[in-house]
Design a protein around this ligand. Structure first.
Ligand code: ADP
Ligand code: ASP
Ligand code: MG
Length: 410
């Protein structure tokens, strides 16, 4: 008997009609003889509303109470979905994270799943019951509710699929697969039939929010095939109409570039006139580590006279105030001018074929130059090239690169 985990995102459970439509898909998979576990997100917009309530009470609210509030959207959907299944004669039961339990770290607001204790759920699945698990949430060792960061229901679903030894995890959303670029920005973007874990990991972490990055990490580590598909089409996942995220060696034809992603979630910090001495960079970036701030792209210019250099790097936009605060206290930066810029976008091209092909970067630089777009910072890895640009060029750059690499529907 094939075991599947089906996850329905916010727009797929936006109202009771959507929940009923999702229940019909679940029923159809059960009718095929499959064993099903379900993971649900909050109804579209609800998590945003809950976050806004927290902000209204206090912008500097306690992270534990933030989690106690924002986890609730998923609880409502889980109960409603269980009812919708019961109405169709399917034995179903809702589960909140603490009831399973989904054990998490206590990094509130960005917790990691450590383990899912599936014994009871497994027993009930064996008796024909369909569990409906509230995504995005868990419980810490201190018995506090935790949440997994925005988009975290994907991670709940993949982690549950791994724990239950499911054959596949189907992620139902508002697009019918993973595209060469966000189809909202590039109308001619092409749907990918298959994409490797490595590429999907880069695409997700570089801004393609169709899957939460952590969910792809777990899928890759635990070898869980993940399918992204639309909940607004009639077909079900077992007819394979979506994009399969899978192992590289399961993909026969490798493209050089498979996707373009962009993110406006970063901010740029420039340190002008930093003393050019050993240990200075260690001091600066040490202060970022102490403040628990991740630094992404880093460039340092050459010192002409051996006395001072400029250092530029990026941090998550939400971390900018804390980063600036930590830098102002950094003794290595005495007399250094600290500048910041939030009007930036990071645009990336991703493709496993880059490993064995030259000239990918040149195509990128040429395409941007032809549009008169200035590159501020560049960073590369084996399968991606990222550039930092002024935010106003985000859409133009993504479309220009999509065309330059010939990614349109073929
Ligand atoms: P859900 O609520 O179902 O979790 P999300 O809004 O988190 O859905 O993710 C789906 C969205 O991801 C799509 O509506 C699309 O705009 C966006 N997206 C960004 N990049 C891509 C991409 N490369 N392929 C498909 N969708 C993408
Ligand atoms: N409801 C949460 C969010 O909006 C989690 C999810 O939808 O994946 O971020
Ligand atoms: Mg999502």
């Amino acid at each position: 008997m094939t075991r599947l985990v089906l996850k329905f995102g916010g727009t797929s459970v936006a109202d009771t009609d959507c929940i009923e439509r999702a229940a019909i898909k679940i029923a159809a998979e059960i009718a095929r003889g499959h064993q099903i576990a379900v993971v649900v997100s909050a109804m579209a917009g609800m998590t945003n509303d809950l976050i806004e309530y927290c902000r209204q009470i206090s912008p500097l609210h306690d992270a534990r109470e933030y989690d106690a509030v924002v986890a609730n959207g998923e609880n409502i959907t889980a109960g409603l979905m269980a009812m919708a299944l019961q109405k169709r004669g399917i034995a179903a039961r809702s589960w909140q994270g603490w009831q399973v339990p989904v054990l998490c770290t206590d990094r509130h607001g960005k917790a990691l799943i450590l383990d899912i204790e599936i014994t009871e759920m497994e027993k009930r699945i064996g008796k024909g019951e369909v569990p409906v698990l509230a995504g995005f949430q868990g419980i810490s060792s201190h018995r506090r509710v935790t949440t997994l960061g925005r988009g975290g229901s994907d991670t709940t679903a993949v982690a549950l699929a791994a724990a239950l030894g499911a054959e596949r995890c189907d992620i139902y959303t508002d697009v019918d697969g993973v595209y060469t670029a966000d189809p909202r920005i590039v109308p001619h973007a092409r749907k990918l039939g298959k994409v490797s874990y490595e590429e999907m990991l880069e695409m997700a972490s570089l801004g393609a929010k169709v899957l939460q990055t952590r969910s792809v990490e777990i899928a890759m580590k635990q070898n869980v095939p993940v399918q992204v598909l639309s909940s607004f089409k009639d077909r079900i996942g077992s007819d394979f109409p979506g994009t399969l995220v899978t192992r590289e060696d399961d993909i026969v034809e490798q493209e050089i570039v498979n996707g373009i992603a962009y993110t406006k979630d970063e901010a740029k910090i420039s340190l002008v006139g930093v003393h050019d001495l050993p240990g200075v960079a260690a001091g600066i970036f040490g202060s970022m580590i102490e403040a628990a701030i991740n630094v992404d792209m880093i460039v340092q210019n050459i010192s002409h006279d051996g006395t001072a250099v400029d250092i530029t790097f990026t941090v998550a936009r939400s971390d900018l105030p804390r980063a600036l605060n930590a830098l102002q206290k950094c003794k290595e930066l005495d007399g250094t001018e600290i500048r910041s810029d939030e009007d930036i976008v990071k645009v990336s091209v991703i493709g496993i074929g880059m490993r064995s092909h030259a000239g990918v970067a040149q195509t990128m630089f040429k395409a941007l130059a032809e549009k008169g777009i200035n590159i501020q910072v560049i960073s590369t890895s084996e399968i991606k090239i990222s550039v930092l640009l002024a935010a106003e060029y985000a859409e133009l750059a993504v479309r220009a690169l999509h065309a330059a690499y010939g990614l349109e529907s073929k």
